[in-house]
Design a protein around this ligand. Structure first.
Ligand code: NOJ
Length: 743
């Protein structure tokens, strides 16, 4: 037992008196630093190491093992932060243990995977990205933070900014897809939403950039697998979103499970110190992923846990998530001279500063407020927003003969498939404290919209996971009796997310067989897809009349889809990821580089013998119930000075008879570079609204930074030369022009 010294709150009052400030914690840097200095002067090495430790509570499971003695650890001051614990009451109780039962009473930090909403669940990240609506994404993060902080949370392990080009990888669901620019914009919006302008604000929380780095590129799409890529690809394609959110003052970074260049990310001095701190100037703290320090042993990089701890802290890891390695070995490592006390102090300071900024030294219980919890969680307003955000995330992939939207007067609908009357899957993976029993099924959504007007002939047909044909006959009967068929098909919620890679990405179970049977009846078949990743959909694309990609939309799924089915909302989502025709095309992504033998006539060109090079649906693709016409591109100059700007404009006209939204996308291509350059790169986009017949001019302004890339010497430079510039409705349907970048 340590001797009691001055608890932090007395210390704080002393500071308040000395600096003659209000009762509130003074957040001016000088006062804050002095406060932290004084606190650290009182701390023993063990207490400091405790601050570098994050353990899970047993309230939720997000990794392989739980410590059954985390409560003892809190009481003993061996823990600085807890995750997987929420609700005002529970966090208050754990906080009480830390504040009242430890020598210095330093408050705990509570973290959680608030990924796409806390209680009100929004579309999975891949889906929300499909909205290309940065304001809505920011607002969704703001609402998530408001709900989460009312339940005692201070810190979300979001956004995941791992670029990925592999739909086999289950965590694609939690990503923003394949493009670094789009991923960066989404990430910035989310950080702004979570962190707001002031961390002391009771409704804001710390955000986390994860997983640093390149976790989205595991070999063969298998989760946690080795990552190998050139530094050029790393810097140009995988790191930009991480760099971008440092500009939003993101508070924390999480390391990745994978290795990169043969070094596990959690022990990578290159990533955690050289790039993150020295090049980018990150000032927050770095946490590991779940036991990823310990995992450096099976990786074959550390001899044992102790060695792994030494490698991690010296590489730049501040906080150990769940591994207990810092608690078990750091003191010994300091004694042996393998880790300096200065290194430990630096990590402790970074963590205490965040606690200070959150106002926890002023009142450790300020976020755990049952009354705010009751008032702020899952409000009508939040649900209304969720419905609108969800419908913005839907992508219309096909719509033959304008079968959609359905008429209000449709007499009968056969509603078939395992996702049609399903609540569990709708909130997807990483659904935090979401309660699936509150989610609106598609069936309910259609009933809410149509009431008695339309007869719904519902049939399950088959399930997602079983090879079960016993429901086929009833489904066929339902289809035969109805004017139109809606088939709701997809994946089980745990078939995407962490540790949920698939080698084949077709519709699981017998869903496709059921679809084939139903289609034979010759009725219009509208497919509504619910899932966490692109699937191989060639057969569906060929035979369905219409296809809606709805991902997992969250709590208000059914109402949002009904809005689109009946035309109350005109779909405006665009794919943030390329859909392959078959698994063999993977990885397939729009911003690839050319080959020396681009596909053309003749044998000796870069192609497959059994499938085309083109994807089924390209990046940026998505239809609308109206049509848009693009004018030719107008440039402010065709000779852009390297220190000047270039304006590129188009006029977009709504040529249909409905109000609609369009995502206008700008891409560039540098024709010749000091290293080979991608065929296209997204450099800008704008989501606009247009009434029928209305035209709007959209102008993008480019500077050299929009044309720059990391060259072979790791320098971020724009190279003078010839460029193509494209503006259009998807990466595959664009207007094109050219300009030169001048010295
Ligand atoms: C493992 C996941 O990779 C990470 O993203 C998550 O934040 C942690 N577990 C905590 O649940």
């Amino acid at each position: 037992m340590h001797k009691k010294t001055i608890p932090y709150f007395i210390l704080l009052s002393l500071f308040v008196m000395l600096s003659c400030t209000s009762e509130k914690q003074d957040s001016s840097t000088g006062v804050m630093d002095r406060f932290i200095d004084d606190l650290m002067n009182q701390m023993t090495l063990e207490e400091k190491i405790g601050q570098l430790t994050l353990y899970t509570s047993d309230m939720d499971h997000t990794g392989p093992f739980i410590r059954d003695h985390y409560l003892e650890d809190i009481r003993a001051g061996r823990v600085g932060a807890i995750f997987n614990a929420y609700t005002a009451d529970y966090t208050r109780e754990l906080q009480r243990m830390a504040v009242e039962e430890t020598r210095l009473g330093i408050p705990l930090l509570f973290g959680y995977d608030v990924i796409h909403g806390h209680r009100t669940i929004f579309p999975i990240p891949l889906g929300e990205t499909a909205s290309w609506d940065m304001e809505a994404i920011e607002e969704s993060a703001r609402i998530a933070a408001r709900e989460a902080t009312a339940e005692g949370l201070h810190w979300t392990f979001s956004p995941m900014v791992d670029v990925t080009r592999d739909p086999r990888w289950g965590r694609i669901a939690e990503s923003s897809g394949e493009d670094p620019f789009l991923t960066a914009q989404v990430a910035r919006a989310k950080v702004r939403g979570y962190q707001g302008d002031d961390l002391r604000d009771l409704h804001t929380m710390l955000a986390t950039a994860k997983h640093f780095a390149a976790y989205g590129a595991p070999q063969a799409g298998r989760d946690y697998h080795t990552v190998d890529m050139s530094e050029l690809v790393l810097r140009n394609k995988f790191l930009p979103p991480f760099k971008a959110i440092i500009e939003e003052d993101i508070a924390t970074f999480m390391t990745a499970f994978n290795d990169l260049f043969g070094v596990p990310a959690t022990g990578s001095e290159y990533l955690l110190t050289q790039v993150l701190r020295e090049e980018w100037g990150f000032e927050g703290f770095v946490v590991t992923d779940y036991t990823s320090i310990n995992e450096m042993v099976p990786h074959g990089f550390a001899r044992d846990d102790k060695h792994a701890g030494e490698l991690a802290i010296n590489a730049g890891v501040d906080m150990d998530m769940q591994g207990a390695v810092y608690n078990d070995y750091l003191a010994e490592l300091v004694e042996e001279g393998k880790v300096s006390e200065a290194t430990i102090d630096q990590a402790v300071r970074r963590i205490l500063l965040m606690k200070y900024k959150l106002g926890l030294f002023e009142d450790p219980y300020r976020y755990s407020d049952p009354q705010r919890e009751a008032e702020l969680v899952m409000t009508e307003e939040n649900l209304e927003f969720a419905r609108d955000f969800s419908r913005k995330s839907i992508v219309l992939l096909k719509n033959d003969d304008n079968v959609l939207p359905l008429s209000d007067d449709v007499r009968s609908i056969a509603l078939i498939g395992p996702m049609a009357d399903n609540q569990r899957d709708l909130i997807g993976s990483w659904s935090a404290a979401g309660d699936y029993t509150k989610s609106v099924t598609l069936r309910q959504g259609i009933i809410n919209r149509q009431g008695e007007r339309t007869r719904i002939n519902y049939a399950l047909g088959t399930t997602v996971l079983d090879e079960d044909r016993s429901g086929f006959a009833a489904a066929l009967r339902a289809a035969a009796q109805s004017d139109v068929v809606i088939m709701a098909l997809g994946e089980h919620y745990w078939q995407s997310g962490e540790a949920a890679s698939r080698s084949m990405i077709d519709l699981p179970g017998l869903q496709e067989e059921l679809f084939d049977e139903i289609v034979k009846l010759g009725k219009p078949v509208i497919v509504v897809l619910m899932k966490g990743r692109p699937l191989t959909l060639e057969n569906l694309d060929e035979k369905a009349s219409a296809i809606l990609e709805t991902w997992f939309l969250g709590t208000t799924t059914g109402d949002a889809i009904a809005d689109v089915l009946f035309g109350d909302y005109n779909p405006s989502g665009k794919l943030p990821v390329t859909y392959p025709r078959n698994v063999g095309q993977i990885p397939i992504f729009y911003n690839a580089r050319n080959t020396g033998r681009p596909k053309s006539e003749g044998k000796f060109t870069s192609k497959y013998l059994d499938v085309s090079n083109s994807p089924l649906y390209p990046f940026g693709y998505g239809l609308s119930y109206t049509t848009f016409d693009y004018s030719d591109i107008r440039l402010s100059t065709t000779q852009m000075p390297i220190n000047g700007t270039l304006e590129a404009s188009v006029t977009v006209t709504n040529t249909g008879d409905r109000f609609g939204e369009e995502v206008v996308q700008l891409y560039t291509r540098q024709l010749v570079g000091s290293i080979t350059r991608p065929l296209m790169e997204l450099r800008g986009f704008e989501k606009i609204t247009l009434d029928p017949g209305e035209s709007r001019e959209v102008t993008f302004e480019l500077t050299w930074k929009d044309l720059a890339f990391y060259n072979a010497n790791n320098q971020f430079r724009a190279e003078p030369g010839e460029f193509h510039l494209f503006i259009g409705t998807s990466s595959a349907e664009v207007k094109q022009t050219a300009f030169s970048l001048m010295e």
